[in-house]
Design a protein around this ligand. Sequence first.
Ligand SMILES: [Zn+2]
Length: 86
Amino acid sequence: MKCPTCQTTLLIADKKGVEIDYCPDCRGIWLDRGELEKILERSADHYSNRSNYESDVKKYHYSDNDHYKSHPHKKKKSFLDDIFDF
Ligand SMILES: [Zn+2]
């Protein structure tokens, strides 16, 4: 499958059991029908567990700037950022 934007051949990433086609050139992400629903479902499952939610809030939303500076590769802010982090 080619990127509709720049015609580069898309690469496939497996994120938590969901296949995501993405373009290494323009960073576009192309989901087959149903894939986005699966991701959102998993996200909802994840956050329906209150302790997950609270630990993510602590991990991602606590404004500890020094922590982010010392861990530049751990800037993920949400479950979806995690999914779309290539
Ligand atoms: Zn592209």
